[in-house]
Design a protein around this ligand. Structure first.
Ligand code: ZN
Ligand code: ZN
Length: 53
């Protein structure tokens, strides 16, 4: 698991999060695309991926 070498790169992280497809539940699409069948979120009870805006 690679550690972030620059902890002060929060601005970059913000951009990345904004650019990444995020569900209305607040989790990225990765959480909805897992080895289990279906598109439910792996981190919460969100039933399916719904992109914000
Ligand atoms: Zn979701
Ligand atoms: Zn979720």
């Amino acid at each position: 698991m690679p550690l972030d070498p620059m902890p002060e790169s929060s601005a970059v992280l913000e951009v990345v999060l904004e650019d990444a497809p995020t569900c209305v539940c607040g989790h990225v699409r990765d959480a909805h695309e897992h080895y289990r069948p279906g598109t439910d979120c792996a981190l919460c009870d969100c039933p399916r991926f719904r992109k914000k805006r």
